[in-house]
Design a protein around this ligand. Sequence first.
Ligand SMILES: Nc1nc2c(ncn2[C@@H]2O[C@H](COP(=O)(O)OP(=O)(O)OP(=O)(O)O)[C@@H](O)[C@H]2O)c(=O)[nH]1
Ligand SMILES: [Mg+2]
Length: 339
Amino acid sequence: MPEGTVIKESVTGKVIADMSGENRRQVVLKGGRGGLGNQHFATSTMQVPKYAQPGQPARELEVNLELKVIADVGLIGFPNVGKSTLLSRVTNAEPKIANYHFTTLNPNLGVVDLDGAKGFVMADIPGLIEGASEGVGLGHEFLRHIERTKLMIHVVDAAGTEGRDPVDDIHKINAELAAYNPEIAERPQVIAANKTDLIYDPEDDPVQRLKDEFEPKGIKVFPISGATGKGISDLLYYVSNELQKLDQKPVVFEQEYFPDDELIYEDLPYTVEQADGMYVVEGPKIEKMLGYTNLDSEKGFAFFQKFLKDSGILADLERAGIQEGDTVRMYGLQFDYYK
Ligand SMILES: Nc1nc2c(ncn2[C@@H]2O[C@H](COP(=O)(O)OP(=O)(O)OP(=O)(O)O)[C@@H](O)[C@H]2O)c(=O)[nH]1
Ligand SMILES: [Mg+2]
């Protein structure tokens, strides 16, 4: 899997593991307890016994693998505003650039190197449009790629070459961000007012309008041109400096789902009966559970004890009148009951 992949349980969407940083290897589910071949039952008189002990079925779990790229800075904005052009100009990345919407279908990553300042990793993502959070355009699916970014460069077509208003554009994309994840919408932003080489109207200065609207809110506006390169250097040094002020720790998604512990105890069907002078507990889930629990290990045994308690089996045994020292049988396993 690519670094940055997050493994999630598919029903709850809870994180099982984040494959980033030091975490290179992950066992999500252990296999079922192995069986014993007939050689294990060989004796001096019975060299080829007909008996073998089958292994137990393994546990199953459906997971989703979500790639969340590892970048310090994410480029967001409407399609065709010049996100990929900017990325290609300041890094060695070679994203596809074209004059139509949704040229970028997957994020591209590049490293920004700066003379005398700390460099950073930058990612573009496919363009967003109004309604992206409801699936319009390419939807908001790609926003997961900026979940690890610490700062966003909001690229806008300041020249309004497609007839939209740049101030409006910023508000619309931010509304989509907030609909996706309010926490991400709160992260620091910088506005790159792009395509300034195409601003001709002497009556209207869109860069000034952007500054009037957003700088009082603490969002700096940098007029740039991805075509000529004008203004880009100031933007990058500012971003590098801002990043230094932010928490330097990488964004890592914490484990929320623990496959070893997640047994569904509700409606666990089982029966407790007395037979052959023992208490016999039977039920399909119990059989399955015994299959993936290694009772020889201390951890496995502790887990089994917890299971007996949490599932209510222990209480039912007591209700059935079990006494200290009585034997309990569960699918080939026998143990004596002690409080
Ligand atoms: N004149 C001018 N054109 C630009 C500038 N920046 C980008 N372009 C052009 O705008 C078009 C779109 O650029 P891209 O970089 O592909 O835009 P994008 O934001 O990555 O677009 P999507 O991937 O579709 O979201 C291309 O034709 C670029 O050459 C600029 O500063 N000035
Ligand atoms: Mg692009």
